[in-house]
Design a protein around this ligand. Structure first.
Ligand SMILES: Nc1ncnc2c1ncn2[C@@H]1O[C@H](COP(=O)(O)OP(=O)(O)OP(=O)(O)O)[C@@H](O)[C@H]1O
Length: 390
């Protein structure tokens, strides 16, 4: 039966044959999708400040009304304050923190999506020890918090359509469709491939499937670096675990993954290789997920009963912590204490690790697995310009 775009269904043995009976080029696509150009991402002393009032003439009169006739004065708000960390190929870095702690802003900074003129971004961002190039940007996938999927298309149509639009013309139409099919099965979407996406008015796929379609959408370009903003929001813990396990399997193919997450379960937390805990734009912890509890215990903060490490880290980032034997009045300002501990104990080590030169992969053009090779053209949905200065 012809599918979307006139694709013929596979033969019973799962392989495809061209009209002359020979195996066609799609047979090599799964292995092509599996290969990946390794990217080590380092970010050092990233700061982001915005002016929050009276910075432009637009809306100035309404601001005057809201301020009871007085002219609003300029105020600078620091959203990210000296954030340092790194993530290597085959690793998943989770950015944890309460709402408003700066997770999305940091992810946008790492992907080069913070717009010029909207704020002051400083610090350094390195991909494979160098300032990120356009090639790195092309190999970066970004999954936003709110998806932008067309509700009337089926899952399969969505991916095939995107594949035809986004992949370079060096691939044939058949190959592009085959890439969509490979990604579809890789993300466990085969069961719902003929269900429409839907929205709040039209019933369609489930929330978990929807998140996976958004990830599949970015996977079409076979990104080496995948950045995801809250991919598990709105999912139950089983669906969230399934989705993060899929991300884990992508890291095993050499991809570098950075994701923000609100409330991971302990099972999900165990899947993270490293963790960055943010509180009001400042780092409280950067390091292995498995070592976080030990670190906080050493600085004097430990839970009074066994609990999900992610819950404990979020409590700390919110400044909520019961200290045994310490009265309410004597209790130190938890956040200030943790920031000070990070700055003295961890920050120098994290910086030293970032300063170390990591192996640089062979020339980009040797990378055959990318659909966005030096020679090929890749129509990335976003114009990714990395704006951090070195
Ligand atoms: N351009 C901007 N102008 C003013 N304030 C901003 C701007 N961008 C972000 N902020 C503020 O910076 C803080 C961090 O925002 P961000 O979206 O990064 O937080 P978050 O940790 O991702 O939150 P959530 O988990 O709720 O998505 C928030 O208080 C937000 O209101």
């Amino acid at each position: 039966m012809p599918g979307f775009g006139g694709l013929e269904a596979p033969n019973e043995d799962g392989t495809r044959h061209s009209k002359d009976g020979s195996r066609d080029s799609r047979d090599h696509l799964p292995s092509l999708m599996a290969s990946c150009y390794p990217i080590t991402l380092k970010f050092m002393d990233v700061c982001y400040k915005v002016k929050v009032q009276g910075t432009n003439t637009q809306g100035i009169s309404i601001k005057r009304v809201l301020n009871h006739g007085s002219t609003p004065s300029d105020q600078e708000k620091t959203i990210l304050n000296n954030i340092t960390g790194m993530v290597s190929p085959g690793e998943m870095l989770a950015i944890l923190g309460p709402s408003g702690s700066g997770k999305s802003t940091l992810l946008n900074a790492l992907a080069g999506r913070l717009q010029h003129g909207h704020g002051n971004l400083s610090g350094s961002l390195l991909a494979n020890n160098r300032k990120p190039t356009k090639q790195i940007a092309k190999r970066t996938g970004f999954v936003t918090q709110d998806d932008v999927l067309y509700p009337h298309l089926t899952v399969r149509e969505t991916l095939v359509f995107c594949s035809l639009l986004r992949l370079p013309n060096t691939l044939s139409t058949k190959d592009k469709i085959s890439v969509a099919e490979t990604v579809l099965s890789e993300l466990g979407l085969s069961k719902c491939e003929n269900t429409i996406i839907g929205n709040s008015f039209i019933r369609g796929i489930s929330g978990g499937e929807r998140k996976r379609v958004s990830i599949a959408h970015e996977m079409l370009i076979n990104p080496s670096l995948l950045i995801l903003d809250e991919p598990t929001s709105g999912l139950d813990s089983t669906a969230a675990h399934r989705l993060v396990s899929i991300l884990g399997s992508l890291t095993q193919k050499g991809k570098t993954i950075v994701t923000s997450m609100h409330q991971p379960s302990s099972r999900v937390y165990q899947l993270f290789d490293s963790v960055l805990v943010l509180s009001e734009g400042r780092s409280l912890y950067f390091g292995k997920g498995s070592e976080a509890m030990g670190y906080f215990e050493a600085t004097g903060f430990s839970p009074s009963f066994p609990m999900n490490p992610a819950d404990f880290l979020l409590d700390l980032a919110n400044g909520v912590c019961k200290l045994d034997g310490v009265s309410e009045r004597e209790r130190p300002n938890v956040k200030q204490t943790l920031i000070a501990s990070y700055n003295t104990l961890l920050a120098p080590k994290v910086k030293a690790a970032c300063m170390e030169t990591t192996p640089v992969p062979a020339k980009d053009s040797h990378f055959v697995g990318s659909h966005c090779s030096e020679e090929g053209r890749c129509s990335n949905r976003f114009d990714l310009h990395l704006v951090l200065s070195v």
